[in-house]
Design a protein around this ligand. Structure first.
Ligand code: NIG
Ligand code: FE
Length: 422
């Protein structure tokens, strides 16, 4: 049996309490001052004040990490990423700065199709190497679990290649990867040229790929990009229903560039999460508030694309929706692995308080991944997934931006990142 004692936290954010967090409860971090926790075989055995925990018999023989007055919190659960892709799209970044819109670039064969071309040409080894480097960055910014979507393959072999990489990467490195099938990212080029090509591609998804992905247990969730230039609400319904039938829970890219009604569809289908939401209506907000579908906000996209319209986080929270935050790490709209940067954007652009942002990126994100019993808070019996920040007050986590204040990241009781001494 192995024991690890983490002690000397100026603030230990337990995030204990009601799950999921809605409304006022979103700012409840369950803070312990001068906190400590004891870990037994990767699982939290006790949480309390330094004196309580240090006086436990098991603590005497435990390996000890004194965090010297830093802030300890649950590792971030990044519930929306497009982890596997072959390359950046820096050339499009420059075009966007010069005034081209995301949709214009996509219409000219750039955008998602640009990444599809590059991914199909890449070897599994090259993709894996790039993903490993990204995962080290996620860990270095305090993330301990992340969701990863396919969606840059868009043919049977390439989509399966991505999903198999999710599995291999989970086995080869410490962060947990939750796999989502996003074959419905856009209609691939070879189907665009055909008459009724879109219907044929949707049939490929519903009749072949989804059942195969489910049978091979390559994903837990099925996602659709429901937007102008991607999939309509009607097509999205077909695809998500096929996913459900095969046991893949729905997640949806909804109301990002235009309002399509995807949010209402997500709620009707009991989706785990409904993501983006820049263009939601008041009725959409009400529907989310009454549901258990998580509203996952991705302010990194609007920041990177230079857009002014962010999702109405305050209205969503005040109405009682379950709000989560994620990076949306991807080469086209949000090339960041930094959840702390997302917290900074959530505070200044979404007007969320630092406490709300932290709860959204931990316990509510864990709920959207259906892992709230294992992760998302620091409580006895939960996985010891922990981030330690080089600050004295949790509000300094979003307050500092563009610098990495993460000091240590612990996954299942094992340090997986430690800041070099400066
Ligand atoms: O979440 N909106 C769709 N998917 C991604 C963007 C993908 C891309 O541009 O490569 C997103 O923003
Ligand atoms: Fe996305």
């Amino acid at each position: 049996m192995s024991h690890l004692l983490i002690t000397g936290a100026s603030q230990l954010l337990t995030l204990r309490g009601r799950v999921p967090r809605r409304g006022k409860a979103l700012s409840d971090l369950g803070i312990l001052r001068n906190g400590a926790l004891l870990i037994r075989d990767g699982v939290i055995a006790a949480v309390g004040t330094r004196s309580e925990i240090e006086s436990l018999p098991e603590s005497r023989s435990a390996e000890k990490i004194d965090v010297g007055g830093r802030v300890v919190l649950p590792g971030f659960a990044d519930s929306h990423t497009h982890l596997i892709h072959a390359a950046s799209r820096a050339e499009e970044y420059e075009l966007k700065i010069a005034g081209a819109s995301y949709e214009e670039i996509a219409r000219k064969g750039g955008g998602i199709l640009n990444s599809v071309k590059k991914l199909r040409a890449a070897t599994a080894d090259a993709l894996k190497k790039r993903a490993h480097a990204a995962l080290r960055e996620f860990a270095a910014h305090g993330t301990t679990t992340l969701e990863a979507k396919s969606g840059y393959g868009l043919d049977v072999a390439s989509e399966l290649k991505i999903l198999r990489l999710h599995k291999e990467l989970s086995a080869e490195q410490p962060l947990e990867i939750v796999s989502t099938f996003l074959g419905a990212h856009v209609v691939p080029p070879e189907y665009r040229r055909k008459r009724a090509g879109a219907e044929q591609y949707i049939a490929l998804l519903t009749d072949k790929l989804i059942p195969e992905v489910a049978a091979e247990k390559l994903a837990e969730f099925c996602d659709v990009f429901c937007d102008r230039g991607a999939f309509s609400r009607k097509d999205s319904k077909k695809i998500l229903e096929a996913g459900k039938k095969s046991g893949l829970a729905p997640r949806v890219h909804a109301e990002q560039l235009t309002r399509t009604g995807a949010t209402q569809l997500a709620v009707q289908l009991g989706a785990a999460s409904c993501d983006h939401l820049e263009q939601v209506s008041k009725a959409d907000i009400r529907a989310l508030a009454k549901s258990n579908t998580v509203a996952t906000l991705l302010p990194g996209c609007d920041f990177h694309l230079g857009l002014k319209r962010y999702a109405p986080a305050r209205a969503l929270i005040d109405a009682g929706a379950i709000v989560a935050l994620a990076t949306d790490y991807n080469p086209g709209t949000s090339p960041t692995m930094s959840m702390p940067m997302i917290l900074s954007l959530a505070c200044t652009q979404l007007r969320m308080s630092p406490a709300e942002a932290i709860a959204a990126a931990t316990i509510n994100a864990a709920y959207s991944l259906r892992r709230e019993k294992q992760i998302g808070s620091l409580e006895t019996g939960k996985q010891a997934d922990i981030a330690i920040f080089e600050v004295e007050d949790y509000r300094e986590i979003p307050y500092y931006f563009g610098v990495n204040k993460c000091w240590m990241t612990v996954k299942k009781g094992r340090p997986v990142f430690q800041k070099a001494h400066t």
